[in-house]
Design a protein around this ligand. Structure first.
Ligand SMILES: *Cc1c(COP(=O)(O)O)cnc(C)c1O
Length: 427
């Protein structure tokens, strides 16, 4: 595959951008080689600057659930842009968006928009601490909640890929109120509550963790988190930045039938523009300024173009029966990939939840990040490059989830599975 233009651009990028990328997960550090540059995307495909066509399972890390450049989203953005790019004054689309989210996600009675998932998570834990007047937060090993100082502890993909779980530049004091537990482990959480009576403000959790690959909650685990937080006066915060409006209309909380106190959103909610949000019980949300004592703000929060794009995405998802289709395509991909692995005699565990998936090169089940670490990463590197050369783009790290969009066709999946069969046979 010719990548001359991409190589040129990357050499230039390295001079002016640290590592040549504006987010470290885009670099190919975990798989070797250099990232390619894309200047066009449509439906299930992206085209690099050398004109190579790729079937895309990154889907801009989740937002492109209707595929790239969906006509309804593009048209909504154009229309909104004609009226002005930002007002810094309330605009009607903010109300439409807030009302729609409250309808789609019943646990959310009030919502506030931000410009990223990171901001949403940062604000949600500040609010949980302000509301409960407690400092300690429980998070899970391998869960990522954005690059928030106090949450960047054992935080999944980026950190795992680069082998230093904690970032430099974060004073130990900033994370001293963050307690980390292994996911899917009931006893560990019980022990933390027992050792920190009346001190835990809340638990923040990705209900289906997708930042160390992908693994699912064991039956009863999310119910357990709901019960133990309620019994201890702590809040349950679902980080649905990845799962929201993806695993179901109402996110993972609808799929698993759990009612969290607070939820955070991002990715799909912005239709490809920079958007995040956090919301939940009204009496908690009313703790926010200007009504309450917890300060939170944003110059571009509720931006009219971003709201228009996000609304178009959510409305179209609701209208087009997306979730049934995503489930079907997901099943087809899972079955095909498992067949390919079996016939190549390569041990693979494929975890999938609707349109999110991750294949690990291990024969053991993967229920948390410790299990994920058993995957054969050398094998993943070869698999990744083999698939890329065959025109299929998976995320450039073992510890990322893959995403399917409604634009992925049965033919895309068939092509992917055939390429995988060939690549796996040669591993
Ligand atoms: C992507 C992600 C975030 C951070 O969102 P950004 O928009 O990248 O700041 C937070 N939580 C989860 C679960 C995510 O997947």
């Amino acid at each position: 595959m010719n990548r001359t233009q991409s190589e040129k651009l990357f050499a230039e990028a390295l001079k002016y951008i640290p590592g040549g990328v504006n987010s470290p997960v885009r670099a190919f550090r975990a798989v070797g080689g250099n990232p390619f540059f894309v200047n066009r995307a449509s439906g299930s495909k992206v085209w690099d600057v050398d004109g190579n066509e790729l079937i895309d399972y990154v889907c801009t890390w989740g937002p492109a659930i209707l595929g790239h450049a969906h006509p309804k989203i593009i048209s909504a953005i154009k229309t909104a842009a004609e009226f002005g790019t930002s007002f810094g004054i309330p605009n009607p689309l903010e109300v439409t968006m807030a009302k729609l989210i409250c309808e789609l996600v019943p646990s959310v009675k009030k919502i506030r928009m931000t410009s990223s998932g990171t901001e949403a998570c940062m604000s949600a834990i500040r609010l949980a601490r302000g509301f409960t007047r407690r400092d300690k937060i429980i998070k899970f090993d391998g869960c990522y909640h954005g690059h928030v100082d106090s949450l960047l502890v054992r935080a999944g993909s980026g950190a795992l890929t680069f082998g230093h779980p904690d970032s430099a530049g974060i004073p130990a004091a900033f994370t001293s109120h963050t307690i980390v537990a292994p996911y899917n482990d009931v006893e560990a959480v019980k022990a933390i509550f027992a050792a920190n009576k009346n001190e835990i403000a809340g638990i923040i959790v990705e209900p289906v963790p997708g930042n160390a690959g992908l693994y699912l909650p064991k039956p009863g685990y999310l119910e357990f988190l709901r019960e133990i937080t309620a019994a201890n006066g702590a809040l349950l915060i679902f980080d649905e930045v990845m799962t929201g409006f993806r695993l179901a209309k109402g996110g993972a909380q609808e799929r698993f039938g759990i009612t969290p106190d607070l939820s955070t959103f991002g990715k799909v909610i912005g239709g490809g523009l920079p958007v995040g949000a956090f919301g939940g019980r009204a009496e908690i949300m009313d703790y926010l300024a200007p009504l309450g004592p917890v300060y939170q703000a944003g110059t571009l929060s509720g931006n009219p173009i971003a709201m228009a794009a996000g609304l178009a995405n959510l409305e179209e998802l609701d209208r087009c029966g997306a979730y049934d289709r995503l489930e079907k395509i997901g099943e087809q991909l899972e079955a095909g990939m498992m067949d390919a692995a079996k016939s190549a005699n390569i041990p693979v565990r494929l975890n999938r939840c609707g349109s999110m998936f991750c294949g690990y090169f291990t024969s053991e089940p993967v229920h948390n990040v410790a299990d994920a670490m058993h995957s054969d990463r050398e094998r993943f590197k070869k698999f990744f490059h083999g698939m890329l050369d065959a025109g299929v783009y998976f995320a450039p790290s073992q510890f990322e989830a893959g995403f399917i969009s409604t634009a992925h066709t049965a033919a895309d999946i068939e092509k992917t599975v055939q390429a995988a069969a060939k690549v796996l046979r040669n591993l």
